[in-house]
Design a protein around this ligand. Sequence first.
Ligand code: ADP
Ligand code: MG
Length: 237
Amino acid sequence: MIKLERINKTYYSGAPLHVLKGIDLHIGKGELVSIMGASGSGKSTLLNILGILDNYDTGNYYLNDVLIKNLGETRAAHFRNKLIGFIFQSFNLINFKNAMENVALPLYYRKVGRKTRNRMAVEYLDRLGLKDWAHHMPNELSGGQKQRVAIARALISKPQIILADEPTGALDSKTSAEVIQILRDVNREGMTMIIVTHESGIANLTDKIIRLRDGVIERIDDNSGHDASRFNPDNIK
Ligand code: ADP
Ligand code: MG
């Protein structure tokens, strides 16, 4: 589903910074993968390239066998909206819209009528245990609730891939465990899930750990034998 060949990326704001140095990577449909590495190792840069939010300089990125390279913004947005859902550390909710309206937003961009998109948004909120919070504003929600709203928003457009950049970075350990459990459940329904984290307790709950160091993949660990008993909120942070 995802194939990266020798991806290089340099930032040129100020002194050139070579952030990704020849990344080769294969991620299959339905995998549950984490990208682990210290702050500054290039995790977000890699995820933004996977999400077609940013370009790379050299190499090839194939998504479902389509070469994703130097796309115009219209085509980039087309693939992004069709295939990819995003979850961020800071939730990225719109603070003047309620939970339901936040979840419904991707459908608004798809020109789905208000009634239908709000009904679907409430269904997704219900799935995430937030039905009673549909009409609350983000500032009335806890961090964990906000992230669940963001997950509902990512799911509502039925993407093939979820990209999550430090989804538990702003949450306490108990709430982090709940959020990761939700992402694992979503993955079990068949969705490819890529989680960036610098916490080994989070990475240990995924099936494959890609270890990034200074823009190079240092190692890929098969973690598919991890057992659910390790799923203890006290262990993940
Ligand atoms: P991580 O997510 O692993 O913390 P990033 O991919 O965000 O790492 O960043 C890798 C390096 O690139 C860091 O040194 C960061 O400061 C730098 N960087 C990230 N984004 C930009 C940008 N837009 N312009 C210039 N440098 C950047
Ligand atoms: Mg980052």
